[in-house]
Design a protein around this ligand. Sequence first.
Ligand code: ATP
Ligand code: MG
Length: 404
Amino acid sequence: MKEPFQKALGIIRQLKKHGYEAYFVGGAVRDLLLKRNIGDVDIATSALPHEVMQLFPKTIDIGSQHGTVVVIHDGIPYEVTTFRADGNYEDHRRPESVTFVRSLYEDLKRRDFTMNAIAMDEAGKLIDPFGGQDAITNRMICTVGDPKERFSEDALRMMRAIRFVSQLGFSLDEETKQAIIENAPLLAHISVERMTMEFEKLLEGPFASRALSLLVETRLFFYLPMLCEKENELQTAACYDWRKLDSRGQRWGFLCHILRVDSPVRFLRAWKLPNRIIKEVETVLRIVQTTHSDSDWTKERLFAFGLEHAIAAETVRSVANGENVDERRKKLRELFMSLPIKTKSELAVRGHDIMKWFGKPGGPWVKEILELIERAVIHGEVENHKERIHEWLIHRNLIRGENC
Ligand code: ATP
Ligand code: MG
């Protein structure tokens, strides 16, 4: 058994020892069959949440009313969820109630896609009542049961289907795709936070272009924040290679750039992104708007923006222009390495040195002199050394020698 499962085996054994059923389920089993990197290993059990909590010394109740308890085993947290069947769904997003059941079959039946509805026992035997392995072999995303019903129960599943296209490169089963087209308006019932989580995974996947195209084809895009008027631009966005964009800031920056978003701040707020990302994207886009080719990068500009923002902006610009991203990044890194100082705090003099040398009280002029020195240091006119800087100021007749 592969290591991530091996490490969690103790939990399954403990549950079984006490007469309960317990299996590995969900994404980890799917990824094992796909030979992908295995993420979080989840466990499903017939034990009720309070029974799980009694059996393990370290547990965290993260939602026992929905059946989930986190068990810390050898320092690793695992979600252990009681077999459940979902009650009626209200508002196309959440079940009114969940019922704990003692049957694995019922639990697998409430799961979204057949590839995610496979269980594995402690011996590595698969329990696959809905044909999940076939779906994986055929690289198909199919809902468990009638897709129309399943999407109407929880409309987020439509976004999940398309983000799995992006992550796995699978195709949407035709009936599943038709059901998304029919049920797309139900996405309006889903909270922005949940949509954003799936959309970010979609943008990050290796097949993001294909998934963006599907958002347009199924009309799901129409119900996503501030995208309803961006059909053509989204279709254009689907023509780019998103794989080179390797941070959240780069991906959202690229999206705003390609969609020609009027107000990125308003757009990103509509997606409820954290302020940190909004600020980063704002800076990146400001740089992109003022950079027309990689030769616009001077030492001073690079110092002013810092390497991370510069690389993000250059990535956005060069992906949009179909240029060689790796080459552009390499050039920026080399230029950055050649800077004698990388940040303002590395400058060998401070405001109080300047005031002392000039014999004058502080004021805005101090900042101006510091910037003058900074530029000179960056361009190699003077060494970043206190005495050399002092001599340089004297040499330039800015101060007289006796003031030192
Ligand atoms: P990832 O690798 O991105 O974590 P995952 O398949 O593990 O993918 P999760 O969101 O972690 O996805 O969900 C774990 C499992 O719970 C899924 O594999 C699926 O069986 C089930 N599941 C999650 N969301 C839903 C949903 N909205 N409706 C039905 N089943 C769901
Ligand atoms: Mg998961």
